[in-house]
Design a protein around this ligand. Structure first.
Ligand code: HEC
Ligand code: HEC
Length: 182
């Protein structure tokens, strides 16, 4: 084969790869329907884990973090969140199967990319990606804001957090007219 034909073959392959990647992006955004992470789709999880706080979407933490949390429910951030063996097993299965490192929702992918595989954070708000996205928000909007208090209180600011959507235009910090990046 001449150099010319090799070049053509390589370009052709690159073009096909490009089409495949574009297709993939398209199906991904369709599946996600604009959501950053998949919305919660497990009634048992929503009931058992959504009572004390927001039922965080599984796609916000990698599987190993969910497993670590589920393995230590009797000492859950100072609370006892123990469940029956059956409930704990079913919930752990749901969370790990849909974890950030097991799905292709755009935000889940970014969350995983920003984390070293040597680390297993159990706080979503402590994930490097989340820290980076929120580190310029002044304390008066969060800790000193009685309607927010902690960064773990996602739906206080992200009005559509329950749908798995965290877009910047859907943010409203309680007590402040609107979020403006400065
Ligand atoms: C008895 C109340 C209670 C129950 C039930 C409960 N939690 Fe929590 N959870 C807490 C408290 C308290 C914190 C820490 C809040 C803080 O310090 O910001 C917390 C924090 C978390 C965080 C970290 C949030 C962050 O800051 O990013 C995750 C993740 C979490 N819980 C998952 C779960 C899961 C999964 C279940 C169900 C198996 C569950 N929780 C059930 C009380 C509870
Ligand atoms: C005090 C209000 C507040 C809380 C609480 C909060 N966020 Fe945010 N979040 C923001 C703001 C403001 C931004 C936009 C920062 C910027 O302008 O870059 C943001 C950005 C984000 C982004 C990136 C959006 C984008 O388009 O780049 C994600 C994802 C996100 N937050 C998820 C969460 C999750 C998950 C939680 C709960 C664990 C949470 N946030 C808690 C205010 C908040």
């Amino acid at each position: 084969m001449s150099t010319h034909r090799w070049t053509a073959a390589i370009l052709g392959a690159l073009f096909l790869a490009h089409i495949a990647a574009a297709d993939d992006d398209e199906s991904r955004s369709k599946r996600g329907r604009g959501a950053d992470v998949a919305p919660v789709a497990d009634a048992r999880y929503a009931k058992e884990c959504g009572g004390c706080h927001f039922a965080y979407q599984p796609g916000l933490l990698p599987a190993r973090s969910w497993q670590k949390l589920m393995d230590s429910l009797s000492d859950h951030f100072g609370d006892n969140a123990e469940l029956s063996k059956e409930d704990a097993a079913a919930i752990a299965e749901y969370l790990t199967a849909n974890a950030a490192d097991r799905v292709d929702y755009k935000r889940s992918v970014k969350i995983v990319k920003a984390l070293s595989d040597q680390e297993t954070p159990v706080r979503i708000s402590a994930m490097p990606y989340m820290v980076r996205k929120h580190d310029h928000i002044p304390a008066r909007f969060v800790a000193e804001n009685w309607r927010v208090k902690t960064l773990g209180n996602c739906p206080a600011c992200h009005r559509r957090a329950d749908t798995g959507s965290y877009g910047e235009h859907e943010i409203k910090i309680p007590g402040y007219p609107r979020w403006e990046e400065d």
